[in-house]
Design a protein around this ligand. Structure first.
Ligand code: MG
Length: 464
């Protein structure tokens, strides 16, 4: 009898252990649009309040050298979801830098997204918010591994109606200017059907948050992945009633504070459902601030330039990882990138990383979990249009071509001798030290040339 009882106890323990091991972590990505490196209180903004993101950063990891795959929306999103440089998937073009409502292309079916990878382990998957990887039915999230989709298919300033005052001119005069909803006939799509047009952008941020919490609650008993891509603070700026007029920073601050409030609501949902210790939450943005819009655009803080540029302000983003009890709080200065999320999530979920294609991402999980203090990512390739403009290896960054922001900034310049900056000493890229370090310039140039050679030509999706 005693023997039987012991056996039963042992079996119970084994089942519990295997169940625990089998509990794949949940993943939540909260992705902003055009948020600058300097736009959060925890990244140094003096008049924007972000108490929830500040808490997330204090309890989690604040990454100060975290990059996107491109400095504008469409290619940056393609990079995040596929773990590949957008030039490899045809999602980057010199002719049109992003997709538009009359574009014919989109993320090819042959690409594998994070959602598709996690589907192999039966994750529940949802895309909520801005997509911008093709609005035609064959390119929507439901065709790329997401069980459901609710959001706008491209940028919130597209489908603009003529006859309204110009946004830039009005915004320059009024830091609190709020456009009318009818001015932008951008639709909301649920799965594959338009359910609202024009999208009520005044309530959209809270509705994205609500949909995310609803999805988490509904799927609390199985592993899930939510890709929440806020359509703001890309212009036109809209804030909900609870936040409008509240920030000292003006409407731009209202928008960030509403997003921050949503982050707090999502973290609380995870905590209330006792899911926080099995959920990795990542907060970042697709590209730097759109400086063309004055106070309606964000700030890259101490970084140079913004959206559209391959200077740091265009591609380095304020990034926070949160996983209570699993990742120790710290400020992480090692290099990471949105392209690393696919291999990192795959590794944590026990999904093999695709072997039939080049994956530009690296598995950051050993660094996140404290098993090492070095990032597997040593390099950043800064592509703009279809050209490699710059490269970073360790602290060194060489610019072969420089060009300012999207819409403003210095004109395109090809450098016979690349400009060289040490980003550890000089994050603002102020002091060109190429003459002092010709050996570093030569080494980086050689690595860049080999990288360019590795890119196979593919059909361009943005030029269609
Ligand atoms: Mg953007």
């Amino acid at each position: 009898m005693r023997y039987l009882l012991s056996l039963l106890l042992l079996c119970t323990c084994l089942v519990t252990a295997s169940q625990l091991q089998a509990a794949e972590p949940n993943f939540v990505i909260i992705f902003c649009d055009d948020l600058g490196y300097g736009d959060l209180a925890c990244f140094g903004h003096p008049t924007i309040r972000t108490p929830n993101l500040d808490r997330m950063a204090a309890q989690g990891q604040k990454w100060t050298n975290f990059y996107v795959g491109a400095s504008v929306c469409t290619p940056s999103r393609a990079a995040l979801l596929t773990g590949r440089l957008p030039v490899r998937s045809g999602m980057m073009s010199a002719k049109r830098r992003v997709l538009f409502p009359n574009s014919k292309g989109g993320l090819p079916a042959s690409e594998l997204t994070i959602a598709e990878m996690l589907k192999t382990k039966d994750y529940a998957t949802a895309a909520i918010g801005k997509w911008h990887l093709g609005h035609l039915p064959q390119y929507l999230p439901t065709k790329h591994g997401f069980d459901s989709y609710w959001g706008i298919p491209y940028s919130n300033d597209m489908d603009a109606v003529k006859g309204f005052p110009g946004y830039k001119q009005t915004a320059q005069k009024d830091p609190n200017y709020a456009a009318t909803i009818e001015q932008y006939q951008v639709p909301i799509i649920q799965n594959e059907t338009v359910v609202e047009k024009p999208a009520n952008q005044r309530t959209i941020t809270q509705r994205y948050t609500d949909k995310t919490m609803e999805f988490i609650t509904q799927n609390q008993d199985k592993p899930f992945f939510v890709y929440l891509a806020h359509s703001l603070p890309h212009i036109p700026l809209f804030a909900g009633k609870r936040h409008l007029g509240k920030s000292r920073r003006g409407i731009f601050g209202d928008v960030i504070e509403e997003i921050d409030s949503g982050v707090g609501q999502i973290l609380k949902t995870l905590e209330d459902l006792k899911l926080a210790e099995n959920t990795l939450v990542v907060f970042t943005s697709d590209n730097g601030p759109w400086l063309l819009f004055d106070t309606h655009g964000g700030s890259a803080g101490l970084l140079r330039e913004g959206k559209g540029s391959t200077f740091e302000g265009g591609m380095r983003e304020p990034t926070i990882f949160w996983w209570p009890g699993k990742i120790a709080p710290k400020i992480e200065m090692e290099i990471g990138a949105t392209m690393d999320l696919l291999p990192t999530f795959c590794s944590l979920a026990g999904v093999p990383i695709p072997k039939d294609r080049v994956i530009d991402g690296h598995d950051l999980s050993p660094l996140l979990l404290g098993k090492t203090d070095k990032s597997p990512r040593k390099q950043v390739y800064y592509w703009r249009s279809e050209k490699l403009y710059a490269i970073r290896i360790g602290p060194w960054k060489a610019h072969f071509i420089t060009e300012g922001c999207y819409g403003i900034g210095p004109k395109r310049e090809v450098h016979e001798i690349p400009e060289l900056y040490n980003l550890d000493h000089d994050p603002s890229e102020k002091y060109n030290v190429a003459k002092l370090h010709p050996d570093v310039v030569a080494r980086l140039t050689k690595i860049a040339q080999a990288h360019i050679q590795s890119i196979e030509p593919v059909e361009n999706q943005l030029a269609k």
